[in-house]
Design a protein around this ligand. Structure first.
Ligand SMILES: *[C@@H]1O[C@H](CO)[C@@H](O)[C@H](O)[C@H]1NC(C)=O
Ligand SMILES: *[C@@H]1O[C@H](CO)[C@@H](O)[C@H](O)[C@H]1NC(C)=O
Ligand SMILES: *[C@@H]1O[C@H](CO)[C@@H](O)[C@H](O)[C@H]1NC(C)=O
Length: 468
């Protein structure tokens, strides 16, 4: 039995797609709408031609297939064997007809589905309230109101500027993923305009950033300063001193002072969570934080002096430390005349405030976001928090981004990249090569702190962005 597929000519399909996309993804505010009448005509034309083709295809196969020779059965009333033969033939014809009807019904189902989707598209093109959540208000499931609306909707530019900027409106830079968390975001945006920001005891801000709602919308409120705030210590002493507890608002954290954070690190041998920020806050002389990057002693990492010595003197002046924890890498670099910006997120501890009180620049940025730097500006990028936990596509995009912001001849220092042994050669080395780095140093070593039975490895690599 042959079945008829509903085929839509490509050009019609394109028109259909265009019309549906038009309604679904472009806000009326963002671009002038096409005259609805012409769109309607195109859609009706598409529907009509498809219905005709359904009819023709199905009509062509609607004739009953009778056995050969029985095309015009005459009824043999007196010949019982002939009568039986006729009856058999008619039964066969009926069965064939039933099969045809079933096929037709399936076709009708398919075409009614198509019709439904066309009508939904038509409704969206005409600004009906759509059924699907993602076709809502400029991508928001519900219409944003109040401060959320003010901070996320586009605002009209004065006439003279629109030509220069190539747009009539200024769109706030708000993370696309924020649309997926409208309830939480609405809570974050619920405050008295011009007043004090609500206390963020449940770290709503961080939760949103970690989910990819980054950048967050701006707010018109003032965060409360910590009580009895103390001004920072002067440089260079600030680099290695723990600031007073009163420089931080501790409400989102389990620890309520730096003594607790240092003690927690010492007790557990780690900063907590999945990040490798062991003893981060312990700046005591002789502590582990003081020894970091100080010697090339055959361990899994390199020393800062070793890395700087591999470049022409004075050519490493600006850097970025991705996931730089408490800022010690930047502190050591500052002692060597290199300005390093540290990306931090306050996961479990006030990293940003701590880095800042040391006199270093904390940049609140997750790994998922494009680096807010122009192409080719950095002499060095250092990253210690990367590893097998980062989804492959995110990692590859991040590495291309690192390559982008490095200047020609700049270096990417991949530090203690932790991953499962077989994937080191099979997955990660090829990604690094694909990005285009040239290997200056490459050190893979088995991770010993987990026990030898687990095949976990560290990769430390010094990679150069080629000059040409
Ligand atoms: C047509 O769709 C209905 C439900 O919409 C279903 O019950 C029926 O089995 C379908 N018929 C065929 C032939 O696919
Ligand atoms: C520090 O905070 C902890 C709780 O986080 C508390 O038990 C301890 O008494 C505090 N210590 C000081 C010196 O304030
Ligand atoms: C990766 O490949 C190199 C040879 O290219 C080999 O020496 C090394 O042991 C491999 N590493 C792992 C973790 O399998």
């Amino acid at each position: 039995m042959h079945t008829t597929k509903l085929r839509i000519p490509t050009s019609q399909q394109q028109q259909l797609d265009a019309a549906i996309m038009d309604g679904a993804h472009r806000s009326p505010a963002a671009r002038p709408p096409a005259p609805p009448r012409s769109k309607m005509k195109v859609l009706l034309l598409v529907i009509a031609t498809n219905l005709v083709s359904v009819y023709l295809f199905s009509g062509a196969s609607l004739s009953l297939r009778l056995p050969a020779g029985a095309a015009a059965p005459s009824i043999h009333l007196w010949d019982s064997s002939a009568l039986l033969r006729d009856l058999g033939a008619t039964r066969a014809a009926l069965a064939a007809a039933r099969a045809e009807v079933a096929a037709l019904r399936a076709q009708c189902n398919a075409s009614s589905l198509l019709l439904e989707s066309v009508l939904a598209g038509l409704g969206a093109a005409h600004g009906d309230k759509p059924a699907a959540a993602d076709r809502g208000f400029n991508g928001w499931p519900e219409e944003p109101t109040g401060e959320l609306r003010l901070a996320t909707e586009p605002h009209r530019l004065p006439l003279g500027f629109s030509a220069k900027l190539g747009t009539d409106e200024l769109h706030p830079g708000v993370g696309f993923a924020c649309r997926n968390f409208q309830d939480e975001l609405a809570r974050y945006m619920a405050y008295d305009a011009g007043g004090e920001c609500p206390d963020d005891a449940d770290a709503l801000e961080l939760q949103l950033i970690l989910k990819g709602c980054e950048p967050l919308p701006r707010r018109r409120c003032r965060p409360r300063s910590p009580a009895r705030y103390v001004e920072p210590a002067p440089l260079p002493g600030s680099l290695w001193s723990i600031p007073p507890d009163t420089t931080v608002n501790w409400s989102p954290y389990a620890c309520k002072n730096y003594t607790c954070l240092v003690g927690r690190a010492r007790a557990r041998g780690g900063g907590g969570g999945s990040y490798e920020c062991k003893d981060c806050f312990d700046l005591a002389a002789g502590g582990k934080e003081r020894r970091r990057w100080m010697s090339d002693n055959g361990g899994p990492g390199f020393s800062i002096d070793g890395v700087l010595a591999s470049r022409a003197p004075g050519t490493v002046r600006l850097g970025l430390d991705i996931g730089g924890g408490a800022g010690t890498f930047a502190a050591r670099m500052r002692e060597r005349g290199v300005t390093v910006v540290t990306t931090t997120l306050d996961v479990g501890a006030p990293f940003s405030a701590f880095v800042a009180s040391r006199g270093l620049v904390p940049l609140q940025l997750s790994l998922a976001q494009r680096l807010p730097l122009a192409d080719g500006v950095m002499d060095i990028v250092h990253a210690m928090q990367l590893g097998g936990w980062v989804p492959g596509a995110v990692l590859e995009l991040a590495l291309f981004d690192v390559y982008r912001v490095l200047r020609p001849g700049g270096v990417f220092w991949l530090d203690h990249f932790a991953c499962h042994g077989p994937r080191l050669n099979a997955t990660y080395a090829p990604i690094l090569d694909r990005v285009g780095f040239r290997r200056l140093r490459w050190k893979a070593s088995r991770k010993l702190d987990l026990g030898a039975e687990r095949n976990e490895w560290y990769l430390s690599a010094l990679l150069e962005k080629p000059l040409t």
